[in-house]
Design a protein around this ligand. Sequence first.
Ligand SMILES: [Zn+2]
Length: 119
Amino acid sequence: MTPGVPGHYWPTNLDDHERAAWLIDVVDSDPRRHTAPIIMPFADTDEALDALEDEFVRAFEIARAGGRRFGVKLLHAQDVGRGEESRIVAVVHEHRFVGGVCVNGCSDVEPVDGGEAAA
Ligand SMILES: [Zn+2]
């Protein structure tokens, strides 16, 4: 888990657009780092894992299509505490570029002077 940032449980009762709105809400709920660790439901089969990944990607892409500059990192086999099984945690953050480098904790870059980004 990301120290000092509370995790959010992936909503299982929403549709893709509602999940996209939820994603934006949880990222915006951290006004300092714009980072939201999202605890994915436990998947005990490859099919369940694939379905979860598809769900996540659909909501994530809807949020990005709406203009949010989100990036995501997946952390596998995270101990989320409370005696629960280890889970995948999807850490979503909004890129904030200063001098061409994201200051919200990732390695993405953007062009400073109209050139092409290295990423
Ligand atoms: Zn970033």
